[in-house]
Design a protein around this ligand. Structure first.
Ligand SMILES: Nc1ncnc2c1ncn2[C@@H]1O[C@H](COP(=O)(O)OP(=O)(O)OP(=O)(O)O)[C@@H](O)[C@H]1O
Length: 594
């Protein structure tokens, strides 16, 4: 828990983008350094600096800390500090202007190509591909050579070679946004294409434009310096960082300070902008924070306050003790599950019930360390399977338990089944993940499992793709995969919510039969007390991440103690009881102020 502050149980006010940026220490350091350099550059006209262009041959190549020249003088006796500050100003103006130009034209190309598609897209993107086909620094040199050396032409050249980065990025996002329902709705309402592009699409791609700008501006400053270094950018006597470096090259060994000083400034400037740019990207696209997308952890991060006993005696199949899971929002922990405890015995069904957002799924995923990290973090408690604390296991041991001893059935099988593989192959793959059997044996067993879960013509249906099956059949495939390795515990997270009532009843029947036949322990997550009444031996009621009541289902149904449980039970209407149901429910909700 070190370094994290924990929110109280009342909902916390969302932190502003500025607060999130400041919470990122590297970005804050980048902002501080960049702010300091930019301030110096802005104040150049009012700072007590000598004229940066006045030469003074007798005082050439004076070392730093010389009288009247804090950073010494260059090969023509000009004051290096003055040239450095004025040069930084020019480098910043050129780099930022080139970024703005590239962003405007590149984004425009990307927006139009991605939105219009067809011939417009082909022509624009082939033009962009042509630009990208050349090494960009060579292309920039060629452009300046054609336009003639000079800072303005260097600016145009750097902007042109960076247009493709913006065009490609923005086109990709625009293509996905143009098919969204709100754009469709705007089209149906009769809005013109330009209006849709600028009022519907642009606001949604703006964060990507800002992210691309913040991560490329440093490079553009570096590229401008590169052109000036080669004598193609700033022309004498004007100084920018690249030309200072280029002119000092000849005295690299006799007066190294003349090159080291602008070199250090380029490094500090580009480094500070890149750190700040990464911070801006993380704030605007939190999915990328800390590389969350490319480096997801295999097991939820576990940092428990106290070390629980590694084993317990005579334990039932599953014991959860004081489990606490939260989400780390840039150094701030928002709890989602707060110290919950429950038990589940062999052959038993425990219902975990609660309204949306009460923490049921986070509980289910925490049991096998499946909450996505970052940002998920287990901060307390233990999960004992057959008396052994699985949260204390090594990563590989915990992964080996998944699907083998404990398996999951999720709400929407269409999102958990791979669309490009036949369902039989997917069931066989679940077997192969844990059992040393041949491919054909796995296929035969997969078909047998499909028969067990009630899929008719299993051999033939095993060759179907997920989209060729009905919702009920797909959920049966999900259950077959969960059964593939004869688990002891099945965690079913709202397995029937996406199905109609008749299919729902059949799937619940199937789970009941499998539980009885195989002695499975079933943790059934639902928000429907009707389902609990039908299937579960015991029930635990969750609210705001806590279990507010648990016990034998019949007892709780007959005599609920907690108001919240009473309201959940009252929400189960009985057939033909509409009026009586409403009369019963209304006072409960009025009491709760709902
Ligand atoms: N990746 C995440 N990052 C931040 N907060 C999250 C994340 N996943 C879940 N939460 C939060 O954790 C809390 C519990 O969510 P959970 O998904 O467990 O609810 P639930 O009871 O399963 O709801 P539902 O029935 O709608 O699935 C919610 O407040 C949710 O916003």
């Amino acid at each position: 828990m070190t370094g994290l502050t924990v929110s109280p149980s009342v909902p916390r006010k969302r932190r502003s983008n500025w607060q999130l940026l400041m919470a990122n220490r590297l970005a804050a350091a980048g902002l501080f350094l960049f702010g300091f350099i930019a301030l110096l550059a802005i104040l150049a006209p009012v700072l007590p600096l000598p004229n940066p262009d006045i030469t003074d041959q007798p005082n050439r190549l004076l070392p730093p800390l010389s009288d009247g020249h804090l950073l010494g003088t260059d090969h023509l006796g000009r004051d290096i500090l003055a040239r450095l500050i004025w040069g930084t100003q020019i480098s910043l103006i050129v780099g930022i202007s080139a970024t703005a130009l590239a962003a405007i034209f590149g984004s425009l190309i990307g927006l139009v190509a991605g939105y219009m598609r067809g011939a417009t897209d082909t022509v624009l993107m082939r033009f962009v591909d042509m630009l990208m086909a050349f090494p960009y620094i060579l292309l920039a040199i060629a452009i300046v050579a054609a336009l003639g050396p000079g800072l303005l032409n260097a600016l145009y050249a750097i902007a042109i070679v960076n247009i493709p980065f913006f065009a490609r990025n923005i086109r990709g996002v625009t293509v996905s946004v143009r098919n969204r329902e709100f754009v469709e709705a705007a089209r149906l309402s009769g809005k013109s294409h330009p209006a849709i592009l600028f009022t519907e699409v642009l606001p949604n791609v703006l964060p990507v434009i800002v992210i691309t700008m913040s991560t490329t501006v440093g490079w553009m400053i570096l590229e401008t310096a590169g052109l000036s270094f080669l004598g193609l950018g700033a022309q004498p006597p004007t100084a920018d960082l690249g030309s200072m470096l280029g002119q000092a090259r000849a005295q690299l060994f006799t007066a190294p300070h003349a090159s080291i000083i602008p070199g250090v400034m380029i490094f500090a400037l580009v480094m500070s902008i890149n750190l700040l740019g990464d911070g801006v990207r993380d704030v605007l696209d939190p999915r990328l924070r800390s590389g969350a997308l490319d480096r997801p952890m295999a097991v939820t991060k576990i940092r428990r306050k106290a070390k629980p006993a590694p084993t317990i005696e005579n334990a039932p199949s599953l014991v959860v003790e004081h489990l606490t899971t939260g989400f780390d929002d840039g150094g701030h922990l928002t709890p989602a599950v707060k110290g919950i405890s429950f038990r589940l015995d062999k052959g038993e069904c425990l219902g975990l019930i609660g309204e949306s957002g009460s923490g049921k799924s986070v509980t289910a995923l925490s049991l096998m360390g499946l909450v996505a990290s970052p940002p998920g973090l287990i901060t307390d408690g233990a999960v004992y399977i057959d008396g052994r604390d699985v949260l204390g296991l090594r990563e590989q041991e915990l992964i080996a338990l998944r699907g083998a001893r404990v398996s999951y059935v999720f709400q929407d099988p269409l999102t958990t089944l791979h669309p490009l593989y036949r369902v039989g192959e997917q069931v066989a793959e679940a077997i192969l993940a844990h059992q040393a059997v041949g491919k054909s044996a796995a296929k035969t067993r997969a078909i047998a499992l499909m028969e067990t879960v009630g899929i008719r013509d299993a051999a033939e249906r095993s060759r179907a793709y997920p989209h060729e099956l009905s919702g009920g059949q797909r959920q049966r495939i999900g259950i077959a995969m969960a059964l593939a390795n004869d688990p002891d515990i099945i965690i079913a997270d709202e397995p029937t919510t996406a199905l109609d009532v008749t299919v729902q009843a059949r799937i619940l029947d199937l789970l009941q039969n499998l539980r009885r036949e195989r002695g499975l322990a079933l943790l059934l997550i639902t928000h429907d007390f009707g389902v609990v009444a039908q299937v579960c031996d015991r029930v635990a009621v969750m609210k705001n991440g806590e279990i507010v009541e648990q016990g034998v289902t019949d007892t709780i149904l007959r005599d609920p103690q907690h108001d919240y449980t009473k309201r959940l039970i009252a929400c189960v209407p009985e057939l033909g009881e509409g009026q009586r149901f409403l009369a019963r429910v209304r006072p409960l909700f009025e009491e709760a102020g709902a």
